[in-house]
Design a protein around this ligand. Structure first.
Ligand code: SF4
Ligand code: SF4
Length: 159
């Protein structure tokens, strides 16, 4: 559970995401609320995503980070990557091996694309990613806040 997240409220938000008919401007709303939430919340005092959600890794991520570490792609994969039955690759360690004790990322400038986009609320595909948001409301204070605001808005529009 991420800091400041109330479990009962997160369960309510998860249910809302499952059955909701979202407003037409959901992507604009989500992007706006996401930006406001990032401005307000300090990820360095949280770090929960790096501690609990191994990022998906694309080949370009692996290539870039392996090069930075001066090891081969093959060696990087052997050491850090788990491949599932669908061929999706993700980091193997939890917490992430690149997470420092002060919650900074030791490869921040070249971090995986999935990390740079997390929690994916400003990518114009809120509906498609609603299952992911339903998981993230339990762990990411930003996802919790953004979905909470959207939920509140929909309640006010449909009392
Ligand atoms: S690569 Fe960096 S941003 Fe991504 S999970 Fe690891 S520590 Fe966090
Ligand atoms: S993105 Fe969410 S879970 Fe990750 S550090 Fe920021 S607030 Fe915490």
């Amino acid at each position: 559970m991420g800091p400041g997240i109330k479990p009962e409220k997160a369960v309510q938000l998860k249910k809302y995401l499952k059955g909701a008919i979202f407003p037409g401007d959901i992507n604009e709303l989500s992007t706006k609320y996401s930006k406001e939430s990032f401005d307000k919340n300090d990820c360095l005092s949280c770090g929960n995503c790096c501690k609990s959600s191994p990022p998906l890794m694309e080949e370009e991520d692996i290539q870039r980070i392996a090069k930075h570490l001066k090891i081969s792609k093959k060696a990087f994969k052997r050491k850090y990557i788990l491949e599932d039955i669908n061929g999706d690759q993700s980091m193997i360690n939890i917490p992430c091996v690149f997470l420092e004790s002060d919650n900074t990322c030791s490869i921040y400038e070249i971090r995986p694309k999935a990390c740079a986009g997390y929690p994916h609320l400003d990518e114009g595909n809120f509906f498609k990613l609603r299952g992911l948001h339903a998981k993230n409301v339990f762990s990411c204070p930003i996802a919790y806040e953004v979905v909470g605001r959207i939920h509140k808005l929909s309640q006010n529009q449909n009392p």
